[in-house]
Design a protein. Structure first.
Length: 627
């Protein structure tokens, strides 16, 4: 039996130093990560009178069975450590941003003699020019297409050097979409002037470009060159189209973000407006559920840590309606940006007005989110009732688990478990299994293994909960499903039933029946096939479950395969042992990223010293020459 945590003694010996604390439940899982200027004062507050605690804090404290802490040298270090630990553990009571996408930038390769302009999701401090980030991918593609229509810039991947050997121009030159620098039809200075105009346009300096084009249009019109005049007119209209998309607010203070929130009786929406080079380039919102009892300033601080801890570019100025940690946040953001960042609370003027606009957008977004949730909930409830009737179940199947096996030619088998609750994916409960006992790639044996492991883990957790007389559970496997849905037919259903019977667990199991074109046409349950209308909401729910379990299994398989390939290549590099391979895997994730890494970036990697960084660079340089 585990030793009981001595709260009284542990609270007494808390240090009066900055640091990070981790709250854990009865199963040892981290349920909350927080930072403190003084650990002794902050942690003790949780276990004092609860009358001043929010509902969320009271619920969390009931689940705390132990805590641990890490002392840091400064509040700034605590902030960074808190951010990293939240990403690592995804604690239940922390603010977690589900939106983890990489926003697109427009990149101009100014380091080249004849720069290219294209969209990228990778921002790097490589001396090139980046514009963004943009949140509307469609608008970015439209902008790029309009830029190419206005400016005949090159799109090829050729390495073109000024005064280099001219080559034959491609089709783009003949259709007037490129000035063919490869063939020497435009000088580097002329091409550079055109690139400067592109950068001016993306920077909001559109008036000078339009003025220049209008002057040219008048000149050619007076010379009766109406075809050229029409082309110039189209360019002016295209520029107006680009500029119009950015018109909401103008500023002369460089890159800025405006962040505000709106809360209803339960949830919160945080909205961010991105201003880049003086114009609004996009916006993004984040719904934070069950957060209304948290202070606004606390939500905003945690949001900024999570958001800017993962974004590749931090603006010069960030505007908030209020803040409690501005100095610490500025220090944290300065490290991310590499230069000073100002976190400001405007009290009047257009900055204040912009924050009010952001808040009103947050309100509309949250209301739309709630409306959609209610509509989806109603549809999902109807679908679950329909499943209950079709399968003649005693209760509506609130929690559904689905399983899948993925392998390539019988090797590297992996299994996955996904969970839907109330008809929605519950990502936090997804689980992955690397097949251990099956060597021949047999899918039935692999499925048997992951089901046995899943439910044996669950039974073990339930026993621990009962032994400790707990009234709640946050275990990874102790929450059993109301229905198991197997992607396969009778074979996989029988495997699942056999496993459950041996473990004396009563859970209904159904399988999916496919037609000759491998499209799902119905459910098999108790050896009977039930045909479902392919256009019905129920079939759409089944397909969502089916697609999700496939995606999750294939993604896991691909990740393991890529890591194996990456690991094998890294083994060939001198001075790179197991610990350093792991550090490189964590930081860069792929061979391509390590190849592109600079000496400084390699040195910033844990356990990589000067000798190792040089060894890595030398290895890839030699490897590139040999290929």
């Amino acid at each position: 039996m585990n030793k009981i945590f001595d709260f009284k003694n542990q609270l007494k010996i808390l240090p009066e130093k900055p640091g990070v604390y981790l709250m854990k439940n009865a199963l040892g899982e981290v349920i909350y990560v927080g930072k403190a200027k003084v650990l002794k004062n902050r942690v003790r507050q949780y276990f004092q009178s609860s009358k001043n605690h929010s509902e969320k804090v009271r619920a969390m404290v009931k689940n705390i069975s132990e805590f641990e802490y890490i002392v840091t040298d400064s509040e700034m270090e605590a902030l960074i450590l808190e951010c990293n630990l939240i990403k690592k553990y995804s604690p239940r009571y922390n603010i977690l941003l589900k939106d983890d996408k990489f926003y697109p930038f427009i990149k101009i390769t100014v380091n080249e003699d004849f720069p290219k302009v294209f969209i990228t999701r990778k921002y790097a401090k490589d001396g090139n020019k980046y514009f963004g980030p943009y949140t509307n991918v469609g608008a970015v593609h439209e902008t790029i297409n309009l830029i190419k229509k206005i400016f005949p810039i090159r799109t090829c991947k050729k390495s073109i050097v000024d005064c280099g050997e001219p080559t034959r121009p491609c089709l783009n030159y003949h259709i007037k979409r490129c000035n063919a620098p490869c063939a020497g039809h435009i000088s580097m200075n002329e091409y550079r002037n055109m690139i400067n105009e592109v950068m001016d346009l993306l920077s909001g300096k559109d008036r000078s470009i339009v003025s220049k084009l209008k002057s040219e249009m008048e000149t050619v019109s007076s010379n009766l060159e109406f075809e050229k005049a029409a082309l110039l007119r189209d360019k002016i209209m295209a520029i107006d189209n680009i500029v119009e998309k950015q018109k909401i607010f103008k500023s002369q203070e460089g890159d800025e973000d405006f962040i505000n929130l709106y809360k209803d009786e339960k949830d919160c929406c945080v909205q961010v407006f991105f201003l880049r080079d003086g114009k609004v380039t996009g916006r993004e919102h984040f719904i934070i559920e069950n957060s209304t009892y948290q202070e606004d300033s606390s939500i905003l601080s945690q949001f900024m840590i999570s958001f800017y801890g993962g974004t590749p570019k931090v603006p010069k100025n960030i505007y908030l309606p209020q803040t409690e940690d501005s100095e610490v946040l500025e220090e944290f953001l300065m490290i991310k940006r590499g230069s000073r960042v100002s976190v400001k609370v405007p009290v009047k003027g257009n900055k204040k007005d912009m924050l009010e606009l952001v808040k009103s957008n947050a309100k509309v977004t949250l209301e739309q989110f709630k409306d959609k949730i209610l509509r989806d909930k109603e549809i999902n409830r109807f679908c679950l009732e329909e499943i209950k009737e079709l399968l003649e179940l005693h209760e509506m199947p609130i929690r559904i688990e689905a399983y899948d096996i993925s392998n390539i030619q019988g090797v590297d088998s992996v299994g996955s478990m996904i969970v839907f609750e109330d008809g929605k994916a519950k990502n936090n409960d997804y689980r992955r299994f690397s097949i251990k006992s099956v060597k021949n790639g047999n899918e039935y044996d692999s499925m048997r293994e992951i089901l046995e492991r899943r439910f044996l883990h669950g039974l073990d957790e339930i026993k621990q909960i009962q032994d400790r007389n707990l009234k709640f559970s946050n275990g990874k496997f102790s929450n059993f499903p109301d229905l198991i849905m197997m992607d396969g037919g009778k074979g996989q259903v029988n495997i699942a039933k056999d496993v459950l019977n041996k473990l004396d667990i009563q859970i209904p199991v159904c399988g999916l029946v496919k037609d000759n074109y491998h499209a799902t046409r119905g459910i098999i349950y108790n050896n009977e096939e039930i045909i479902i209308n392919r256009s019905s909401n129920l079939m759409q729910l089944i397909r969502r479950i089916q697609d999700e379990v496939h995606r999750f299994a294939i993604t896991y398989h691909r990740t393991l395969r890529d890591k194996k390939t990456l690991h094998s290549i890294l083994e060939d590099i001198p001075n790179v042992g197991q610990k350093r391979r792991r550090s490189l895997l964590i930081k860069f994730g792929s061979i391509e990223n390590i190849k592109k890494a600079t000496f400084t970036e390699l040195l910033d990697t844990e356990s990589i010293d000067n000798k190792t960084a040089n060894s890595i660079l030398a290895y890839f340089k030699k490897h590139e020459q040999n290929t």
